[in-house]
Design a protein around this ligand. Structure first.
Ligand SMILES: CCC1=C(C)/C(=C/C2=NC(=C\c3[nH]c(/C=C4\NC(=O)[C@H](C)[C@H]4CC)c(C)c3CCC(=O)O)/C(CCC(=O)O)=C2C)NC1=O
Length: 164
């Protein structure tokens, strides 16, 4: 799996050199943020079902047409899949917080997502709305420290951008 360390080492290796001091500084910076990221991972994990449910409710509220017959939130199966998809993204964000890089969401969430949604005729705007709701909902210090929230929000932004 990709992590901050393996990414830096692989890149240096591919260029046929040892990691430079700026490579190592970037690793060090990342390690210093590890406490904040692990806090965010833990707090998100303990509340993930609620965060996903709220995000789902917010996106359906914004796009109520999705409930219409034939649309993507019209059956119990579709509703469950929509909530599951949102949960997948949050779970992948949690993995990214733990490893300190975007590897998990790049590999399992973002690669190929457009093709999947296009082939299923799923609109991406509701995903953007759901994740944006989560993005604006998190509050420091109520939910986590401000450093932890910064790390969490950066990953939400990253996924939102990939879907926008
Ligand atoms: C780990 C990463 C990962 C992601 C992200 C993922 C997404 C994903 N969502 C799917 C389906 C789906 N996703 C939705 C979701 C929605 N319905 C709505 O109203 C909204 C637009 C949206 C929620 C925000 C629906 C309705 C389906 C079923 C579509 C169909 O069968 O036609 C499918 C097709 C396979 C299946 O039906 O399970 C994939 C691959 N799968 C993964 O493994």
């Amino acid at each position: 799996m990709k992590s901050v360390l393996s990414t830096v080492i692989t890149a240096a290796d591919a260029a046929g050199r040892f990691p430079s001091s700026s490579d190592l500084e970037s690793v060090q910076g990342s390690i210093q943020r590890a406490t904040a990221r692990l806090e965010a991972a833990e707090k998100l994990g303990s509340n993930l079902d609620n965060v996903a449910k709220e995000a789902y409710d917010a996106c359906i509220k914004k796009y109520p047409y999705l409930n219409n017959s034939g649309e993507a939130n019209s059956t119990d199966t579709f509703k469950a899949k929509c909530q599951r998809d949102i949960k997948h993204y949050l779970r992948l964000i949690q993995y990214c917080l733990v490893v300190g890089g975007t590897g998990p969401v790049d590999e399992w969430g973002i690669a190929g997502q457009r093709e999947v949604y296009r082939s299923l005729s799923l609109p991406t705007a509701p995903y953007v709305e759901a994740l944006s709701f989560a993005r604006n909902r998190g509050c420091a210090p109520r939910d986590m420290s401000s450093q932890a929230l910064t790390e969490y929000n950066a990953l939400l932004d990253y996924v939102i951008n990939s879907l926008s």
